[in-house]
Ligand binder design. Sequence first.
Ligand code: GLV
Ligand code: MN
Ligand code: MN
Length: 420
Amino acid sequence: MVPVSLINADRLWARLMALAEIGATRAGGVNRQALSDGEIEAWRRVIGWAQEAGLTTATDAAGNLFLTLAGRDRAALPVLVGSHLDSQPTGGKFDGAAGVMAALEAVVSFAEGGETPRRDLIVVAWMNEEGCRFAPGMMGSEAFTGARGIEAIRAVRDTSDISVGEALDRLHAAFPDLARKPLGFMAAAYLELHIEQGPVLEAADRVIGVVTGIQGKKTFQVVVGGAEGHAGTLPQQERRDAVAAFARMAAALHAEIGAIDAETKFTIGRVTIEPNAPSVVPSRVTFSIDLRHPDNGVLDAAGARVEALCHRHAPPCAVTITPLVDAPSNDFDSELRERIARAADDQDLPAMAILSAAGHDARHLAKVCPAAMIFIPCRDGVSHVEHEWAEPEHVAAGASVLAQVMRDLAFANQPSAAEA
Ligand code: GLV
Ligand code: MN
Ligand code: MN
């Protein structure tokens, strides 16, 4: 059994399960997409738990949620710790929520014990990490770190033509009393706990992953333009069938990009066809491409190949390729990684270094302050599925390691690297 003296493991698990009721799907998963009614309800519940523990609550122009345990030294930079509360449409109970709830559990435990940190400890839930309702994701952390302007983010629309701006205003209107923080502020450090979302920790029988960095990722939106026609009368050789062109592109992309090497991950996850009628030759196909690789050189070459293959297989249709995400692999802060490894060791938890194959908001935070992540295993390595599962003792172990590192950083008297 894992020692969890720094947190209340039962409360953490009960709250995580209570949160999973919001947006619960029939198959045991969660559909709580960014800025939805479900996410508003999740905010209400999380804010209630934070206020019960005496934390102050705030948001910012990007719809990030901040829950603060005030420190003694008002001039000291805060430690930010969190993840996200939004989910994929057929997501699980742990992706994002585990990180927010573990961070909250740690600060609630400190507050309960009457412990006042030197610097503010701020739990954060970033807006739209997942990027399924509004693409691309990680909007909250991008706005916070200045990677993308808030006006460009507000202009993005979902498939029902609702803009991020409209959805954000609705979120803010639901919490009229919530204080507003300025968009982006300096932090001494950022920490994020997350389920691994892959099979490595489970296979190696380790409970804690000390995340070294995140593999690189590129995403594209591709629009294939053809011409509508009658399915029974338009001669085959005169057609500019957008689905036929898409099929050629998809086959070539899967065959060539998928075969680059075992580390290349290539996905076409969303396809929309217009007019999407059985007896009309399709005039337009819009599809997504998600491409990942740990080696930035290979990723760049694969990205260029993706664009070339789309152009080669489009005729007689037209094609427009819009790059959305271009995020190279990054390394997390070595001192924070050492602290995480030491905390796992102190708590007798088997740990290993691991590269994150999934993307996280920590990628953006790492550009503005020392940042690091803690992984815990998930069953069969699966995530972004409704049966995603993490064992209660692993959630508790990860939260306890997180709490120890938070204590190291926020209670110590020495200045942070950013203050020195
Ligand atoms: C994050 O959710 C990702 O898709 O990597
Ligand atoms: Mn996540
Ligand atoms: Mn996710």
